[in-house]
Design a protein around this ligand. Sequence first.
Ligand code: BES
Ligand code: ZN
Ligand code: ZN
Length: 498
Amino acid sequence: MQVIVNTNENINGTLVLPLWQDSKNVSDGSEAGVHRSLKNQIENILSNGDFKAKAGTAMTLAGTEGGKALLIGLGKQEDATLQGMRESGAKVTASRRNIHGRTLTVKFHGVDGAHMGAFVEGMILRDYSYDKYKSKDDDDDSDEGEITVHITCEDDKTDDLQKSADLSGAVATGVYLARDLGNAPPNDLYPMEFARQAIEFGKEYENVEVKVINYEEAKQLGMGGLVGVGMGSYRKPCMVIIELNGDKPGPSPIIVGKGITFDTGGISLKPPASMDEMKYDMHGSATTFGVMKALAASGHKDRVVGMTCMAENMPSSNAQRPGDVITTYSGKTVEVLNTDAEGRLVLSDGLWYAGTELNPSYMIDLATLTGACVVALGHEATGLWSNDDELLNKIKVAGEHCGEIAWPMPLFKAFEKEMTDSKIADVRNLGAGRYGGSNTAAAFLKQFVPNMEGTENQIPWAHMDIAGTAWGAKSNKMVKTGATGIHVRTLHHLITGQ
Ligand code: BES
Ligand code: ZN
Ligand code: ZN
């Protein structure tokens, strides 16, 4: 989507008119350039109460000599929020059909800059579909090509709005990338293919370096968690490290992603229903890669590192078994009681490596870690755990700002105890019972956060369980279907303040 902000009176293509609830007419500032007959038609509809402009509603007008229009309800002005405006913007894209064409003109008047920016952001975010694998009829040219959106508003607001639209566009390239990766079928997106795509990305930007730790190197380094999970697959596991502005001094934020390109459960095989969805089990890594792209595209100047822990969890004669004891990169041993609790195993190596080798100021991991988190929070919020209240709060606030809710969850000592009482190893990968499963998973991860050098205090770390928010979130209006690209925007905002 191309967004051009100006004060031009011309209307290119279809007029898009955002209206506050119960508007009775087209505001003076918005009427410039609108053909008289179209304006009359709109005002008839408004004064008759045929379009009340409630939030989430839209109406198309066509058939007059005055051109076409798409009316968009913003809801009550006094209730306006950034997220509400984003959702109204998304409604424009969702409502656009062939009849509207691919050129639109949005006319704003009397709307403040932040709200207009959010509306534009919503339009951009909703403008995504995954059709790489759909055949197209040769003669079907109905819905092709980029959408061009002209925006008009008051003179003194255009520069800021254009800047905000450009930033939204740059960050959205990271969101789209995360969605593309999340939606990709697991036969085509496996660990070393993810690595290949990261290497290609590194070639696009001078300030991005990509390093891959392949299977052989992971074995040599003693990454028993990654190796244990990935060794049952013909497609071998790897770690991918994407560093932005490596020449700038650290310590810096490090994002660590769970990247299971397909989770069968391994020998603890999952039931067949909805197993196909386990292709999204790499969305933590998809978000990590997406954040790095968003940061590079928006011109971030400081150092940030993304580390993705990639493996395919398959049953085979070479797969790890329930009962195995593995030695992780940290040196701690883990009793594998269930091979389906594999995300925490690959992350144990990722977190320890990030903490000891990558010079973090803080570490945030993202993982589709537990079904229990979906039971707890549904699709409405990501579970958020942290050993540092300040970091937790910053992530929560950034999530709220972006309309991507992350909800605080507890790291009780009892959960840690439960995970460290294995009879034969340091840690067990399964809780003692089935209750509080997302909390015991977080408590497991905490065992693999190193201390800050020369201290007894752990590196500030947060864990985000995105099992419910990475897909299937019908209430997420920014996405039509499939992978959501969740938290690319939250983390971009957290890291850059923009
Ligand atoms: N990838 C799953 C978690 C998951 C479940 C994500 C549903 C999205 C939707 C994870 O690897 C897993 O299988 N977790 C187990 C852990 C259990 C064995 C302790 C789970 O949640 O059942
Ligand atoms: Zn699993
Ligand atoms: Zn998994």
